[in-house]
Design a protein around this ligand. Structure first.
Ligand SMILES: [Zn+2]
Length: 577
């Protein structure tokens, strides 16, 4: 330890390299008083946090990180000021691209499983800041529509870890220019914190017409209100009993409310028509969602919330049962958003690929119900582009680092747990049919989903078919995407006006899929389904009642890395002898 003390004297840089295991401690509970002062864009926090050493080694130092626009005021241990060094720490886990890190030297080592309780105080401003985006080349005018968090004079919206570190955390540095590093770091943090308890007392002050404060914690927190002349002070309790996947956030604005069970809509003044458009979309989508995903949770505790963001171009964000989004009068968009949100309200899974994948899948099925299969496949096409890009990037990573694995089960890559997962559900539905899939979903229980193969067995039980090959290539492992090619076509005319077409389909990719194959004839067309394993060929014979013209493999229901080699024009068929 003498060596370590010498390092401490040498200063922060060496300290951070040698002495701190930033991910050693789990933050088990937070009790925080958070004062929000919109006029000054300020945040001031006092409270208690409890940490447990979950590493295998005793720890002499610990790290506490907050956004770089906030400053540490005090850190106390057992009623006495703790010894700490505060330093900037570059990390894109915060919108400013940096953190204010306090490295605390504990009076004695904390053994594995040992607990330490700290009293902390920190404050500062939370202005709009998109530094982490602009420094990697996102245009100045676009960046604030993604990193829209701020405490502002008329409107405040502040998301937690991954956006604004407004409550203390500790993670290794994350870098947006290094692949998926930010999402991975956030996922590691969440994986350490599913049972964290947060009790946050949020207060905000202002003058004139009081604004409303909303947070995404357990519903029903008490609110108190004090008027002091023109000024007011409002307090709201916000609690999280086990964070799970939820990112704590708060919003303060001049909201008006519209109740459309099971959704509460909080909208900006003068935007009532947009709120009504969304309310109508919710009403229209309810029968579809309950048919597919079961009854909606309507108790006040399980209420879904829509909160309108002030920036009409802001990227929507969802966490817990709260959706932050701009609202407008585009009713088609409102219907898609409502289906996504209601699917979450009806169907819960702690597995992200199931929870999010189903909500995106539901949007496509709803689109199909409204307008037919082709518009639904066109909608899925946006997912295909995102997914193909993500898989390409992963391929490059894999070629440099053989160990990289991104199964749907464990991935933190959004394009996989959203877009790829949506396709997985769409392909499953094409293979087993609506009824079997609905029954499997009705039998699903999140608390029983303790092994990766649970959902495979549920669907197999209803569909009476083996899906192991599919789950292996798409869910348990990342085999990339298939790439189908019509390798050969032999049309034959055994008797007059009766044709047999033999088609060989090659899969140049590694993932197996059951793919639709359409034979277009002089009159009409016929579609068959064909299972083609990775790096393999499969052959199918199709009877045709009129002259065969063209083969098209894949109608867009299977995501592929290359869709340009899927059509084959048939030359004149061979005559019978
Ligand atoms: Zn979602």
């Amino acid at each position: 330890m003498k060596f370590l003390r010498v390092l401490l004297l040498l200063g922060g840089v060496l300290l951070q390299a040698h002495a701190v295991d930033r991910e050693a401690f789990t933050f088990t509970s937070y009790t925080l008083d958070v004062r929000i002062e919109p006029k000054q864009q300020r945040l001031a926090v006092r409270g208690k946090i409890t940490l447990r050493n979950d590493s295998a080694l005793p720890q002499k130092n610990l790290s506490l990180q907050i956004s770089s626009s906030l400053d540490w005021r005090s850190i106390q241990l057992e009623g006495r000021p703790a010894q700490f060094v505060s330093q900037p720490y570059t990390s894109d886990i915060d919108h400013t691209g940096a953190l204010s890190e306090a490295i605390i030297t504990l009076p004695k080592e904390i053994p594995p499983k040992g607990v330490v309780e700290l009293e902390v105080g920190y404050e500062g401003v939370i202005p709009l800041d998109a530094t982490r985006l602009t420094r990697i080349g996102v245009p100045e005018e676009q960046a604030p529509h993604s990193d829209w968090d701020q405490i502002g004079k008329s409107f405040s919206a502040v998301r937690g870890v991954g956006y604004v570190v407004w409550y203390p955390i500790a993670t290794e540095s994350a870098n947006l220019s290094e692949g998926n590093s930010v999402a991975e770091t956030v996922a590691r943090w969440k994986a350490r914190e599913p049972y964290a308890q947060l009790e946050i007392n949020l207060s905000h002050s202002g003058e004139g017409a009081p604004k409303t404060l909303l947070c995404n914690g357990k519903a029903g927190g008490a609110t108190s209100f004090e008027q002091l002349g023109l000024a007011y002070l409002s307090k709201t309790e916000c609690a999280f009993e086990g964070l799970g996947e939820t990112v704590p956030l708060f919003v303060v604005g001049p909201f008006e409310g519209l109740d459309q069970p099971p959704v509460n809509i909080s909208y900006q003044p003068d935007h009532k028509p947009a709120a009504e458009t969304y309310a109508l979309a919710v009403r229209l989508a309810i029968p579809f969602v309950t048919e597919w995903f079961g009854p909606l949770k309507t108790s006040p505790q399980a209420r879904a919330e829509v909160v309108e963001l002030a920036d009409p171009e802001a990227a929507p964000y969802e966490s817990g049962s709260m959706l932050l989004t701009p609202l407008n009068s585009d009713s088609a968009l409102a219907r898609l958003t409502a289906v996504h949100q209601l699917t979450h309200a009806a169907f819960f899974s702690s597995r992200t690929w199931i929870y999010e994948g189903l909500a995106h899948f539901a949007q496509a099925v709803y689109r199909e119900q409204e307008s037919g299969r082709q518009p639904a496949l066109d909608f899925m096409g946006a997912h295909r582009i995102a997914l193909a890009e993500a898989e390409k990037a992963l391929d490059r990573e894999r070629s440099q680092n053989a160990g990289t694995s991104e199964s749907l089960i464990s991935t933190s890559i959004e394009d996989l747990y959203r877009s790829k997962a949506a396709y997985v559900w769409w392909m499953l539905r094409d293979m087993v049919g609506d009824d079997a899939l609905k029954k499997a979903l009705a039998a699903y229980r999140s608390d029983a989903d303790t092994t990766p193969s649970y959902v495979q067995h549920l669907i197999e039980g209803q569909a009476k078919t083996d899906l192991g090959w599919f789950f292996d290539d798409w869910v348990y492992r990342d085999r990339g995407l298939p790439d189908f090619r019509v390798a050969a076509v032999y049309p034959w005319e055994p008797s007059r006006n009766a044709y047999v077409v033999t088609v060989t389909v090659e899969n140049l990719g590694n993932a197996a899929a059951e793919v639709p194959l359409t034979l277009k004839m002089e009159e009409g067309q016929v579609t068959k389904r064909l299972l083609v394993h990775g790096k393999s060929n499969a052959i199918i014979r199709i009877e045709a009642a009129s002259k065969p013209r063209e083969i098209v493999v894949n109608d867009g229901s299977v995501p592929e890395s290359d869709m340009s080699n899927n059509v084959y024009t048939i030359e004149a068929p061979a005559k019978r002898n």
